[in-house]
Design a protein around this ligand. Structure first.
Ligand code: HEC
Length: 89
């Protein structure tokens, strides 16, 4: 019985480690995404993504702050998307 318990604990710890490693891998994948990718994945969720030429670079800064809240994006994701929209303006 005691052996079974320590085996169970080892099993749970093992599964836990795999989950933690996998969730870090997901975070690393998101961090590696470009502004173009993030824009394509996020900005079409609620409406058609307006082309970068529709707004000036200064307007994209403001829209970025606005849509960061709407889309629940991180600072890093928002900065990448805004940089992409400004660069292809
Ligand atoms: C969760 C839904 C949602 C997502 C995701 C989203 N938007 Fe919006 N967006 C809205 C809504 C709703 C409006 C209408 C204005 C308002 O009520 O806030 C809007 C309006 C806009 C406008 C009009 C100008 C303005 O600021 O109101 C632009 C441009 C825009 N979005 C760009 C984007 C970009 C770029 C992204 C990706 C970073 C994005 N949106 C992601 C919901 C979203």
């Amino acid at each position: 019985m005691k052996k079974l318990t320590s085996l169970s604990i080892a099993f749970i710890v093992g599964i836990g480690t795999i989950i933690i490693i996998n969730s870090c891998a997901t975070t690393a994948n998101i961090a590696a995404k470009t502004g173009t990718q993030l824009w394509g994945e996020n900005c079409i969720r609620c409406h058609n993504a307006p082309p970068s030429s529709d707004y000036s670079p200064a307007q994209w800064e403001t829209i970025g702050m606005h849509m960061k809240l709407r889309a629940n994006l991180t600072d890093d994701e928002t900065n990448k998307i805004v940089a992409f929209l400004k660069s292809s303006n």
